[in-house]
Design a protein around this ligand. Sequence first.
Ligand code: UD1
Ligand code: CA
Length: 455
Amino acid sequence: MNRYAVVLAAGQGTRMKSKLYKVLHPVCGKPMVEHVVDQLNALELKNVVTVVGHGAEMVSEQLGKRSEYVLQEEQLGTAHAVMQAKDILSDQDGVTLVVCGDTPLITKDTMDSLLSYHEEQNAKATILTAKADNPFGYGRIIRDENGSVQRIVEQKDANEAEQNVTEINTGTYCFDNKTLFETLQLVNNENSQGEYYLPDVVEILQQQGEVVAAYQTADFNETMGVNDRVALSRAEQAMKKRINEKHMRNGVTLIDPDATYISPDATIGQDSVIYPGTTISGEVVIGDETVIGPNSEIKDSKVGSKSVVKQSVVHNSDVGNDVTIGPFAHVRPSSEIHDGVKIGNFVEVKKSVMGEGSKASHLSYIGDAEIGKEVNLGCGSITVNYDGKNKYLTKVEDGAFIGCNVNLIAPVNVGKGAFVAAGSTITDDVPEQALSIARSRQTNKEDYASKSNDN
Ligand code: UD1
Ligand code: CA
């Protein structure tokens, strides 16, 4: 059977009290709606249609080609939102999942089970429900004495008895597609909020004698809806726990999972160890037996196996195997750190290649540089890559030795195996195997101090 999905993401999210549209608020570094759409894309669906309104451009830019978009110009309620997908979906045979963009913890497995249950039950509509310790704010599932679902009543429309119901509407449903769009036309807005409620479709179908099913998930956390920042922090906690436990089960040691922040799009190899205070964000791949942290930040980067990154920052870069970075180093975007490299304390690397086995052990700036293999960059050596207007390249070829406190004024080339004496300021290319000294000679004025004291 063909499967489709509609993601509701047009609301402003007033309760967030934010300039940022609700569904773009990140959970573990990734916007809520993106979590939802990525889970949907892991299912085999013919179309994923996201209903956008507030922040439409930002939402569609964030999700890109992962979804199609329809615009809900005025936010008249969730039923009205789904209606906007009519032109794309109403003629299709099959089943449509409807998911809210503010339920970031929902998983593809649960949605898959919901779809299977819906098909087994031959239902026209199936609601994903959950038991909530504190159901406040959610729509409640009202069942008859036989346990069949009658309708869903919103918090604001619920009487006292209804408010005591703890089974909630998670905001995820599936519907026979054609039935959905036919029934949406019958929904009215006669309720306390004056909105067209999607859950009203359930009552209409029930009254028409159609099969309406409910699939209760055991894990309330997974269905949590985020309407304010308190719920946002709970979602963050739950997502963090889920991600961290996944890595631990895969063979990664997290010394203190509560103080370890890993993006949902990170892969970490076996026997790697992550120390507290570490943030791994965006798309990151880390190999086996690598140690990260404490207090490190890895973003959109690759780090190989058996490497160590401590008290350091690595952004948008590629780090090889057996590399040591830190403590207190900064690898900035577009850097390639090859196998066996050492980047020690107070070293900054930007848009540079460090060839295999090269070392910058202390206090260096390496920017716009191509450093060959087995190069030694002495303490305090720097590339002078910027003249206030333009950036220039520095090249240091294999096996060269750059002494302490050397300025390499770019554009400049140091040939293979060359030596540059400590304290030199290099403005011209250094040939292969040469020794270059570029500093004034030392003069000692004998007895200078005692003579000046005599005056
Ligand atoms: C909704 C459900 C409630 C359920 C809860 C689960 C309705 C009427 N109520 O309530 O039964 O328990 O979700 O989390 O559906 N949206 C639009 N266009 C609109 C209105 C909303 O796209 O016109 C989007 C919002 O951006 C949001 C989602 O739909 O992502 C849900 O809307 P929200 O206002 O958060 O509904 P709840 O009050 O949480
Ligand atoms: Ca909500």
